[in-house]
Structure formats: structure tokens, C-alpha cells
Design a protein around this ligand. Structure first.
Ligand SMILES: [Zn+2]
Length: 461
């Protein structure tokens, strides 16, 4: 081959490579362009890490955020503070994956015309949360750290997802040495991304395992003399409960009964039911991935196993996930997966519409029915129905011990059985004291706000 033809071949080969590259680019452009446009570095769409792409409203149409131009938050201070972790702030100190996840559905992008932000009506994202409930929950937390979540276990709509501490996105505080304790963990959305020692709310799971696996669980009796030694470990009870059946032991939140019950069930069954309840896995929806909890008794002796069944030892739950487990107990063993984004509408057309996804636990419906009765008994005989004037509530409280010198975490989790208000909920108050005194009243006032919201929605239909 002479020099000239060799060069000709080289040029031809180079042309072929360029041609293939162009084809590849065109194909990928047509397929992925809208995704490229919404990448989190695009200065046309983002300020900091949170996208600016339209308006965001609550379930009743109240404006939460107008980010079609500058980011304009709600007029109401409590509403701004209670929704900030869902919407993100201007500087991106608080990342809100929700809106980023739907950026493609919200922007008006066409591969031919590119980004058409100015000419078109900005998209409206309708969230499932209720502004009135968000405010009621943050109000009820009263400046304490923690989280409140409520959702509809039949549809999956989250009515309330509040995390505290928070701040006003229109008045971002300077965090200094003096106030850093007040803002400890402010950048974390505790509802989705934290995990907590559950304390006695976990007894709902241990009781569920017992009802599923022990034929005579309901008629079993336990004796509590205030404490018991299991495998050299002293299991102390908050009271002296005497002889009691399972329902009464749950109402008494008796550590002795539940310690002994857990050892009787054993590691494998307890682990199996922690998995069935979803404790150890995380939920994924709307671009959000919840933190997973933990139930690991692989190294535990019988004493530690007993504590694990009482919700101590190394147990951890994620609030959003445990709320979903409450929904499963309410709804015969299956519950809707929670979600926040109801629909996205541009020029009267929905570019996104949520669909209900059911999660199956494999728990038997006769077991969940008995659990509902027992958790109803907790409210009637224990916490008091006066806390919940509007609805029939089934619940379990928890007071998680956090180690020496640290105040306990107060928890309260449960569900409503009224067909009109199919709600499951969880309240966590860090350093709150006891679940029954600190967390239960918060659940009461937030559920009342939910009932008002649902009644208002139904009457406007
Ligand atoms: Zn006891």
C-alpha cells in the first residue's frame, strides 16, 4: 500500500468515528436531554442544590413555595418553619430531594426548543401534606427536638411530616457556639433520615410475633414482681404488676413479661418479625430513601435478647418506617407505602399523578385484629380516650432509655380505626421524658388537626 492510500484510509476511519459519535449523541440527546437539563448543577434551575421550578402547594391548595422566579416561601412563619425540610432552603444547607426528584416533570423542556421557563405557565406541584396539620405538629412539639408523622394507610398520602429543630428559610439563623445546642441536627430531616431507640413502642412488634407464633399467646399469664433476672441480666420494670395476661402486660408495658416473652420466642422468630414489620429495611419514594432501623441479636445472650424485645439493646427504628408498620397493624397486615407528591400540573395537564403502592407484611389479619384490640385497650385503660376526642385510637407509648445522664426519648405510635380517618402516626420527642405524658398529647392535637383537614376536604368536594 502506498503512502497516499494509507492516509486516505486513516481519514476515512476518523470520519467514521466522528459519524458514529454524532449518531450516538443524537440518540442519547433525544433520550436523556431532559435529564441532563435537570442535573443539580444547572444554574438556570437551581439555587444552591434545590431546584427552582414552579409552585408547590399543600393538599388544600395553600401556597408553600413559589420558585418560578425567586424562591418565595409561604407568608405564615409557622408554615415556613414546618415545611422547610420538605422544600429546602435557598442556600441548599437543607437538601430536599423531593422537588429535585420531580424536576423533569416540573420544567417545560423540549429537546427542540430547550428550556422554556419564561413563556410557559410554571408547573404546580401538589403535595399530600396539610399546612394546618404541619403547623399544629410543630406547635405541639413546642421547640423540643423530635418528629411527628401522620399518613393515610389506605392511600399512602402523608398528611404530616414535621421535624424539629428547624428555622425560617426567610431568616436563616447564624449558628454559633452559644446556640449550636438549640440547632443540633437541624440539617437532618428526622422523620425520614433518623433512627431512634424505640423503647416500649417496640412491644407492639413483640406482641405481634407472640400472637403469630404462640397458639396460646392470648391466654398466657406472666408474673411481675418488679424485676426479673434473665441469664444474669436484671430486667427492671417501671411497676409491680403481679399476675397479668398478654393484653394487660401490653397495657402495663411490663418489662418483665415482655422480657420473658421475647426469650420464649427466641432470636430467629424475633428477627423474622422485625423483618416482616420492615424495621431493618428502608422505604424509597419520591426520591426519598428512609434510614433503616436495626434489630440485631446475633451476638446477644438471653438477657440482651430480653432487652431487645423491650425495644432497648441495639434496637433502632426509623419513624416513617414504623408509622408504616402501624398502618399494617391497622389494615390487616398490608399498608400503603407513604408518599408526599400527589400530582404535578402544567397548563391544566397532569405530568405526574401518584398511585397507591401496597406493602405486604405477611402478617395474618387475625393477628393484626387482636393487636388492634389490645392497642385500643392501651388507650381506654391507660392513656385515656380524652386525649383523642375526635377518633378511635389504638396506640403504644415508649420511653427509650438513652444511657446514664441522658434524658429519655418519648415515643407514641399507633393508628385510627374510623373508616373515615384511616390514619397511622408516630410522635418522637427527644429528651421528652415518658411517652405517655410527653408524646401522646402531641398525637392527640395533631390527629384533631388531621380530622379537621379531612372534614374540610370532604365538604369542599
Ligand atoms: Zn411489670
Amino acid at each position: 500500500m502506498n503512502k497516499v492510500s494509507k492516509r486516505a484510509w486513516l481519514v476515512l476511519a476518523a470520519a467514521a468515528v466522528i459519524f458514529c459519535g454524532v449518531i450516538l449523541f443524537v440518540v442519547r440527546y433525544a433520550r436523556d436531554a431532559s435529564e441532563w437539563v435537570t442535573f443539580p448543577g444547572n444554574p438556570h434551575l437551581y439555587s444552591g442544590i434545590n431546584p427552582s421550578i414552579g409552585t408547590v402547594r399543600d393538599a388544600s391548595g395553600e401556597l408553600l413555595l413559589d420558585s418560578s422566579g425567586e424562591r418565595i416561601y409561604a407568608h405564615d412563619l409557622m408554615l415556613r418553619r414546618s415545611t422547610m425540610h420538605l422544600l429546602g432552603d435557598r442556600d441548599g444547607f437543607i437538601e430536599a430531594p423531593l422537588l429535585g426528584h420531580y424536576a423533569e416533570d416540573m420544567i417545560s423542556y423540549s429537546p427542540v426548543h430547550g428550556l422554556v421557563i419564561e413563556e410557559k405557565t410554571p408547573a404546580t406541584a401538589e403535595l399530600t401534606i396539610a399546612a394546618s396539620v404541619q403547623k399544629a405538629a410543630l406547635n405541639a412539639l413546642g421547640g423540643r427536638k423530635g418528629t411527628v408523622g401522620v399518613y393515610n394507610y389506605v392511600t399512602g398520602e402523608i398528611l404530616c411530616a414535621v421535624t424539629s429543630p428547624t428555622y425560617d428559610p426567610d431568616d436563616v439563623p447564624e449558628i454559633t457556639e452559644e446556640n449550636e445546642a438549640q440547632y443540633d441536627g437541624v440539617y437532618v430531616n428526622r422523620f425520614f433520615r433518623s433512627s431512634y431507640t424505640p423503647g416500649s413502642v417496640f412491644k407492639a412488634l413483640t406482641a405481634t410475633a407472640a400472637l403469630s407464633e404462640l397458639e396460646d399467646a392470648e391466654s398466657m399469664t406472666f408474673y411481675c414482681g418488679g424485676e426479673v433476672i434473665i441469664d444474669g441480666e436484671r430486667i427492671v420494670c417501671a411497676g409491680y404488676h403481679g399476675e397479668q395476661d398478654l393484653a394487660t402486660a401490653l397495657k402495663n408495658s411490663c418489662n418483665v413479661a415482655f422480657g420473658e416473652l421475647t426469650v420464649l420466642l427466641g432470636k430467629d422468630i424475633m428477627t423474622e418479625y422485625a423483618e416482616k414489620a420492615g424495621i431493618t429495611s428502608s422505604l424509597s419514594f419520591d426520591g426519598i430513601r428512609t434510614a433503616s432501623g436495626s434489630f440485631d441479636v446475633s451476638e446477644a445472650g438471653e438477657g440482651s435478647l430480653a432487652w431487645a424485645g423491650i425495644g432497648q439493646y441495639t434496637d433502632l427504628i426509623n419513624p416513617c418506617q414504623y408509622m408504616t408498620f402501624m398502618g399494617m397493624l391497622a389494615n390487616g397486615g398490608k399498608a400503603a407505602q407513604p408518599y408526599l407528591m400527589q400530582r404535578i400540573v402544567t397548563d391544566g395537564t397532569a405530568s405526574y399523578q401518584a398511585e397507591t403502592v401496597m406493602l405486604e407484611s405477611g402478617l395474618r389479619s387475625d393477628v393484626t385484629r387482636t393487636m388492634a384490640e389490645m392497642m385500643r385497650n392501651n388507650v381506654v385503660q391507660g392513656y385515656g380516650t380524652a386525649l383523642f376526642p375526635d377518633v378511635e385510637v389504638c396506640a403504644k407509648s415508649g420511653t427509650a432509655e438513652m444511657g446514664e445522664g441522658k434524658a429519655s426519648t418519648a415515643l407514641f405510635a399507633g393508628f385510627v380505626t374510623d373508616a373515615k380517618y384511616p390514619l397511622a402516626f408516630i410522635v418522637v420527642v427527644e429528651e421528652g421524658g415518658t411517652g405517655a405524658s410527653a408524646a401522646a398529647p402531641i398525637a392527640g392535637s395533631v390527629l384533631s388537626a388531621c380530622v379537621e383537614h379531612i372534614d374540610r376536604q370532604n365538604s369542599s368536594k
